[in-house]
Design a protein around this ligand. Structure first.
Ligand code: NAP
Length: 288
């Protein structure tokens, strides 16, 4: 039997509709959520991601501003802009699109963002809080994956969750969030030997590697739930995930498609975080 397709696009639309109602109510009380996105340089993929975020803000009637800065922007110039936005009452969320040009220290930039406005949840303070289970902001991609699983009534507690990839953006926070839900978690990475033996253990497999066709049908067990974060552009222009979708879906019980799976959920979660930070900044209680 073919796997259930976990439709992230549809779910993201539902979440955005819920948020629209919340935003309309917030506006009545004088809170108009505002997101600022900063893009440095002209990486084409980053431009597409920033455009998607801007479009989502427009759709949600979230105030948004995009700062497009040239590749030659200095670290000091970027820090100065962030300082200004940290102090701006109308800016509730600040997102610096990664990767940054090589001459800019990414860590320093992330740390300069006010943790209360860190809608990506990359600031060490927010990462620390997440790791001890007191995070009020959650990183968008893993948070989107959790929504997909929970809203499809997929049990996490007590199950074996394998995360392929250990990036700070996806793999590591995903593992933390699974632990928080009482899953048994294994994280695989480039040095993992016999990846197939590890992935075969998974009840839930999240693959966030960025290699087309990495996860093949002989690397999974029957009935596994596969969440494919990978976004890989083939030479023919087609966008695919890390899993060999057509074959894997014959064995899995459920699977996210690429496109239309995790991607739209990531954007929806960014909107959710912007609404969250706006509410919390208004009440000034993020650190309560
Ligand atoms: P990344 O920073 O490049 O991390 C990739 C991870 O995969 C690294 O931890 C790496 O291990 C690991 N890895 C590489 N080869 C491997 C292998 N053969 N077996 C097991 N692990 C391996 O990437 P990322 O930012 O996490 O993104 C991963 C993918 O997800 C990309 O395709 C990206 O475009 C996509 N993505 C999608 C969304 C979305 O919203 N849909 C969001 C974020 C990312 P080491 O750490 O040991 O090198």
């Amino acid at each position: 039997m073919s796997a259930k397709i976990l439709d992230g696009k549809k779910l993201a639309s539902e979440i955005k509709e819920e948020l629209k109602i919340e935003i309309a109510q917030l506006k009545k009380t004088g809170i108009a959520p505002g997101l600022v996105v900063i893009l440095v340089g002209d990486d084409p993929a980053s431009k597409i991601y920033v455009d998607n975020k801007k479009k989502a803000c427009e759709e949600m009637e979230i105030n948004s501003q995009v700062f497009e800065m040239p590749e030659c922007t200095t670290e000091e110039e970027l820090l100065k802009l962030i300082q200004k936005l940290n102090a701006d009452e109308k800016t509730h969320g600040i997102l610096v699109q990664l990767p940054l040009p090589k001459h800019i220290d990414e860590g320093k930039i992330i740390e300069s963002i006010d943790p209360k406005k860190d809608v990506d949840c990359f600031h060490p303070e927010n990462v620390g809080k997440l790791s001890i289970g007191i995070g009020k902001l959650l990183p968008c991609t893993p948070a989107g994956i959790m929504e997909i699983l929970k809203r499809n009534n997929i049990e996490i507690s007590g199950r074996e969750c394998v995360v392929a990839g250990k990036s700070n953006i996806v793999g590591k926070p995903m593992a933390m969030m699974f632990l928080e839900e009482n899953a048994t978690v294994i994280v695989a990475h480039i040095k993992t030997e016999n990846l197939g033996e590890i992935t075969k253990r998974a009840d839930i497999l999240v693959t966030a590697v960025g290699k087309a066709g990495l996860i093949k049908k002989d690397m999974i067990k029957k009935g596994v739930v596969v969440v494919d974060v990978g976004m890989n552009r083939l030479s023919n222009g087609k966008l695919v995930g890390d899993a060999d979708f057509e074959n894997v879906k014959e064995i899995a019980s459920a699977i996210t498609p690429v496109p239309g799976g995790v991607g739209p959920m990531t954007v929806a979660m960014l909107m959710k975080n912007t609404v969250e930070t706006a509410k919390r900044l208004y009440k000034n209680n993020l650190n309560d």
